[in-house]
Design a binder for this molecule. Structure first.
Ligand code: TLP
Length: 350
């Protein structure tokens, strides 16, 4: 039996039709700006985000890091939520590549309030770094795929304007936020100076992300993409996968959300597991295993013996992510795997 792989929505395999589109894509040298498929994708992203310009890049990490580099000067400070991807999972890149420091702040389930940022903004004085950029994440991965409320984004924008701060959106899963709320990508993007979007998560393309912003920002981003060795030649092959995903896979994201919800509700009924159902808003489920007496990494191994893969993201928490290749039957099997493990554990304790 194959594994039911809920470790991430990054593990999806390109579907046959997507592969066909990729194989047949018109291509050119994108470093010369001559790849028609990459150009079509960038145009499409401008339309979707309402931004002046867009740039196709290799990964979500590269997108965020190029944006940080393009917005800042060495010595600046970037304010992020303390569980954000930028602060936790990008290998210390803001310091390494842009020479900036991240100022992490704990938000309420990932949501930051302007007042919290006001507290940490640096006075203009030679002792301090310059507070330059606020980075928000929507949906917020480590807080369980929660959606950043539009009202909170609007308030942050007003605050940022008053304080002369820039705003970047890590929108790796903005597609999921948009599918769940019905709020267009363009509306979300309009409150940010730059936005990054990924094609290789819920959309199921094998590779690729994009950054969008104004012409001047994208000009700088283009330079940094080159610096990072991210200029690709006949990149239309992969851009075609992204275009296919935009056309065929955005409309099905609610299926993933419904399956995540089902998984969360059923698991939450089992003794030993706790899930904050209010936070299960998209395709991510965070499962607290502490009451079961089984540490999350052991749970991960036991699930694997039952042909289910999940990731332990802390000693007491597992993360499950639904995606294109997870079916209703897979969810049923996963719930049964949890039941088996807990039954066995209870029989050992009794
Ligand atoms: N997230 C991955 C891991 O790196 C944790 C995952 O499995 O969820 N922003 C957000 C919000 C992300 O969740 C990710 C990937 C990225 C950026 C980076 O994207 P890639 O992996 O393309 O560099």
């Amino acid at each position: 039996m194959d594994f039911i792989d809920l470790r991430s929505d990054t593990i999806t395999q390109p579907v046959t039709e997507m592969r066909r589109h990729m194989a047949e894509a018109d291509v050119g040298d994108d470093v010369f700006g001559e790849d028609p498929t990459v150009n079509a994708l960038q145009d499409k992203i401008c339309e979707l985000t309402g931004k002046e310009a867009a740039l196709f890049v290799t990964s979500g990490t590269q997108a965020n890091q190029i944006a940080i580099n393009a917005h800042t000067q060495p010595g600046d400070e970037v304010i992020c939520e303390y569980r954000s991807h930028i602060f936790n999972y990008e290998a210390g890149a803001p310091a390494l590549l842009s020479g900036v420091q991240v100022h992490p702040i704990q938000g309420e389930h990932g949501i930051l309030q302007p007042a919290q940022i006001e507290e940490v903004i640096r006075p203009r004085d030679h002792h301090f770094p310059v507070s330059r950029l606020i980075g928000l994440e929507n949906t917020h991965n480590r807080w369980g795929g929660v959606i950043y409320p539009l009202e909170a984004i609007k308030e942050m924008r007003t605050f940022a304007d008053n304080q002369n701060l820039l705003m970047h959106l890590d929108g790796a899963r903005l597609w999921n936020a948009s599918a769940a709320t019905g709020i267009p990508i363009k509306t979300y993007a309009s409150y940010f100076d730059s936005v990054s979007l990924c094609f290789s998560k819920g959309l199921g393309a094998p590779v690729g992300s994009v950054i969008a912003g104004n012409e001047r920002f994208i000009e700088r981003a283009h330079y940094y993409r080159k610096v990072y060795g991210g200029g690709m030649r006949q990149a239309g092959i992969i851009a075609a996968g992204a275009l296919y995903a935009l056309e065929h896979h955005t409309g099905r994201l609610m299926e993933d959300h419904i399956r995540a919800r089902k998984l969360a509700e059923e698991l939450n009924m089992l003794t030993g597991l706790v899930i904050d159902l209010q936070r299960v808003q998209t395709n991510i489920v965070i499962i607290d295993t502490s009451l079961s007496g089984i540490p999350a990494n052991e749970f991960e191994a036991l699930l694997s013996q039952n042909h289910v893969r999940m990731k332990a993201i802390s000693p007491s928490r597992l993360r499950a992510v639904t995606h294109l290749q997870i079916s209703d039957d897979d969810i049923k099997h996963t719930i049964n795997a949890f039941k088996n493990i807990l039954k066995h554990q209870h029989s050992l304790v009794d």
